[in-house]
Design a binder for this molecule. Sequence first.
Ligand code: SF4
Length: 299
Amino acid sequence: MKQMSYSQLMTYVRCPEHWLFRYKLGIKRQPRKVFKHGFALHETLQYHFEQKKEDGKGIQLGEAKEFFVNSFASALEDYRQELAEARPFLTREYLSKERSIRIEDLVDTGLRGLEVYFKHLNRYIDPDLVEEPFSFLARPACAGRLGLEVTGRIDLADKKGVIHELKTTRVTPNKQDIRSDAQLAIYQIGYEAVSGRAPSGISKDYIVLSKNNSKIVRFRVARPFIDKRTVLRNIATIADAIQNNIFYCIHPTESWLCSKEWCGYYKLHQEVKKLGLPAFLEKYAPPSRRYFKKSRKRV
Ligand code: SF4
């Protein structure tokens, strides 16, 4: 049985070339203060939800703030180490952008975000599943081909069976069609695998972080909506594409995603364009690197 994690799948959906660098070649080059900030907020709210699931209340705002500050400080130690390792491979523009981001501002917006969450959203969330692991079969074994299993975690589902996707953002999101959100489609199948029933709804909850006007924006659908067969087929197609070395840049020319300031893989991106994939793989791929972890399960 082959296994593929949910985060690997989402990486490929967002950028196949990123998948190539990160998972096939094992190169980590995205040290960013804002990622550590998001991680610390996520850890804080996860801790709160776990407590709230136990006692119906969770932690208080003051404790959440303290937890966040400590978690961010410890994540920043990792950041410094990651930055030191990746520095020779990052562009000047990337490093200069990182330098321009002030830690005090990130702490400040994180604390304001927590205030907004506790004031406006906390009372509506009654946690049932918190960081719940799931796995499901995306494709059974057949004709000598191994089966494919997807693994992941549902961040949060409430007692009414609603999956919550809680995100922090710095830009107010537009109303968007969450029915076509690949991430939520996979969560729905994961929820069914864990609970034996379809979720009763989906809520995408954003904490919009800003220095003076942090707020909550929510997008909701009342019923589950996925075409499960299409999602499973798409997952299997991605696995086949990876197996066949199909990695490419899906972003338009001059996209900010592929800019020197934003992408830690910018230099490799230029190199793969120059050398072509076969020569690039010859240079960077360890001969024995596997595409998937193998599980002990047999199908
Ligand atoms: S440079 Fe663009 S295509 Fe390459 S990894 Fe970065 S975002 Fe993806």
